[in-house]
Ligand binder design. Structure first.
Ligand code: GUN
Ligand code: ZN
Length: 646
């Protein structure tokens, strides 16, 4: 049984790893397709590993089985010897040949037994390839047959097993197929999509990945058969694909086509040294074009493979940096079909939102499609709930929530009613006191994406400007700001109780922004650059009795209670969800089964994933009883921003 461990995430993408008998695979990973006959494989797989960094490959067990020369050797020596690769090898089953040639000569049990015999690291069930044109009833029948084969394969296979997810373009069949595969497989291999990829039918691909999503067990890696163009890697990863395989590096090379992350270039027209990869630096493209055809194909195949593997590395880095949406949007700008496919994420937002990080280090939003990211949709949904029943907003220009502005901003009207200011943001007016929350607080892009309309000049709220200031407006505004962000996270009753204690704030010396909420010299909350409050141990202790069950909580199994109490990380297998509205990056109250607060943790997993990953961390403890007490005699400056040198 596979033990897939999640390390970082963005969108539905996961930076993860799992172990095979021949080594670890780190995801997202591209498994280049290798011909099992060395004579027909222009780049030896060991070269792929040593020079290009390919960690794992895929080959066809069916082609091997069909070869009267190679099959007997493979049965004795094993697949690793035959292809010449010592790392993880996944084998495919022949379903693709069924798609390409209409039939395969081997039975499902037989090809699985053969994969066992040759010592593959990941075997694949012989599925029935459903075409995009297959009618629903036929797609459903084929999927059920694939499931029957998968059940027999599971019994026959002790090692890792990839179970295909088929179903054509029919959402209900895709969902059912994903559920069946999740019961039996170690790797969930989405198939039947090569025609979509070849024809750039990305909106349909996105729709079927979203349709399958609720059925795909979150603790298992998802493979996408045949996704081989680098323009689509960020897109596929964003929709939850962990593994890709493709022979397109070679197929494109054979038709003199060069792959780039932003598209394909016909080599015949190339007159300039327009690629700076180390292969094309050694042998510039105009020079390659003068070489004999066989040599050209090898150069192009090497360039294409390097481009593909580098792009997958970029995808992994983007996940680490919380920048995968940005990368996917950038790539989508290269092709209208990708841009249209990305818009499908809006329709699938409810499947993105549960694993959507609570915030990211930044929000770069160069293209209008950024206003449709799930982070925005979730923000607007919560904003709608927050505003229900509150008075309408008075338009005001955007301003930072800092003393220099707030001290001069009237907080109440002549009748003593609070004035609610709405400030313009790229996603519409937002109450001033919430305007520093992620994603709008760290929005890095145009103020407005509207076309045709002139940008409204920043304007003061005239009717309020003439109002007299009643006293210390800064104090009133600070309270209102704290009340708003505490209510956003913890609900109105808890927020009111905390405010009733009249906490102080610590502001950044450099920017004037609130950086901490302090009571009697003890920091209760730090305020992140995402505008959200994060409790310390003191803060969490005060807050905990104010939070109605199950708000903000994660349950810790009795076995792990002593460890978590001491500040050790909470592992997934000891964690159970309580508050389903939490998400990755949320600070959670880690409690035992009598609701005793053990520690505060920062979640890596979403609630529906807790306990399902058998390996790895669910939450890192950020505060616990023995955390160093952040109590100081002096007014705390917390946390210190860098003061620029004068
Ligand atoms: N290779 C490309 N598409 C497929 C598919 O749908 N199933 C299998 N097994 N292999 C593939
Ligand atoms: Zn190149």
């Amino acid at each position: 049984m596979i033990e897939f461990e999640l390390l970082e995430r963005d969108g539905l993408a996961r930076l993860g790893r799992f172990t095979t008998p021949h080594g670890v695979i780190e995801t997202p990973a591209l498994l280049p397709v290798v011909h099992p006959d060395r004579e027909r494989q222009p780049i030896p797989p060991e070269v792929m590993r040593q020079e290009f960094g390919a960690k794992a490959i895929i080959t066809s067990s069916y082609i091997l089985w069909r070869s009267p020369v190679l099959r007997p050797r493979a049965e004795v020596e094993g697949v690793h010897k035959i292809v010449g690769f010592d790392g993880p090898i996944m084998t495919d089953s022949g379903a693709f040949q069924q798609h390409a040639y209409g039939d395969v000569e081997v039975g499902a049990d037989e090809i699985l037994a053969f994969q066992n015999l040759i010592g593959t690291d990941i075997a694949t069930v012989l599925d029935l390839f459903t075409e995009p044109s297959t009618e629903e009833a036929a797609a459903s029948a084929a999927t059920e047959e694939t499931a029957v084969r998968a059940r027999r394969a599971r019994e026959a296979r002790p090692g890792l097993l990839a179970v295909p997810v088929q179903g054509g373009l029919h959402p209900a069949v895709r969902l059912r197929s994903a559920e069946l595969a999740s019961e039996l497989g170690d790797v969930l291999a989405v198939g039947g999509v090569v025609p979509l990829l070849e024809q750039y039918r990305f909106p349909e691909l996105a729709r079927l990945l979203i349709a399958a999503r609720p059925g795909l067990a979150p603790q298992l890696p998802v493979h996408l058969f045949g996704a081989g163009h680098p323009v689509s890697f960020a897109f596929a990863a964003l929709f939850g694909v962990d593994l890709f395989d493709s022979s397109s590096y070679l197929k494109f090379a054979r038709r003199d086509a060069l792959m780039f992350p932003w598209g394909t270039v016909d080599a015949a027209g190339i007159r300039e040294a327009m690629c700076a990869c180390w292969l094309c630096a050694d042998l510039p493209l105009p020079e390659v074009m003068r070489r004999p055809a066989e040599e050209r194909v090898v150069h192009f195949a090497r360039h294409n493979l390097l481009t593909c593997l580098t792009e997958v590395a970029r995808v992994r880095q983007a996940i680490r940096d919380g920048q995968l949406w940005e990368l996917a949007e950038e790539r989508a700008a290269a092709h209208p079909a990708l841009a249209a496919g990305l818009l499908q994420a809006v329709r699938g937002a409810r499947w993105f939102v549960p694993s959507e990080p609570e915030s990211r280090p930044g929000f770069r939003a160069t293209l209008p499609s950024a206003t449709l990211r799930p982070a925005v949709i979730r923000f607007l949904a919560r904003l709608g709930a927050w505003q229900a029943g509150r008075e309408p907003n008075v338009p005001h220009r955007r301003m930072a929530l800092v003393p220099s502005s707030l001290a001069r901003l009237p907080a109440f009207d002549l009748d003593g009613r609070p004035i609610r200011y709405g400030v313009p943001t790229p996603v519409g007016p937002v109450p001033l006191e919430l305007s520093e929350l992620y994603p709008i607080g760290c929005w890095n892009g145009p103020d407005s994406y509207a076309t045709g309309e002139p940008r409204s000049a920043p304007r003061e709220a005239e009717e309020t400007e003439r109002l007299p200031l009643r006293g210390d407006e800064l104090v009133l505004w600070t309270e209102r700001h704290l009340g708003a962000i505490l209510e956003w996270q913890y609900g109105a009753p808890a927020s009111a109780e905390i405010l009733a204690e009249h906490p102080d704030v610590v502001r950044s010396r450099r920017t004037g922004r609130v950086r901490g909420i302090v009571k009697d010299g003890a920091v209760w909350f730090t305020v992140g650059t995402d505008g959200l409050p994060y409790p310390t141990w003191q803060g969490a202790r005060r807050l905990h009795p104010l939070l109605e069950l199950p708000r903000r909580r994660v349950l810790v199994d009795a076995d792990a209670v002593p460890f978590v109490t001491e500040g050790r990380s909470l592992f997934s297998r000891f964690a159970r969800p309580l508050d389903r509205a939490l998400g990755p990056g949320s600070s959670a109250h880690l409690v035992d089964d009598s609701d005793r607060l053990l520690a505060v943790g920062r979640l890596l997993l979403a609630p529906h994933e807790l306990g399902r990953f058998r390996r790895g961390v669910a939450a890192v403890v950020t505060a616990h009883a023995r955390s160093p007490p952040p109590i100081t005699e002096e007014p705390v400056e917390f946390p210190q921003e860098d003061v620029p040198p004068t």
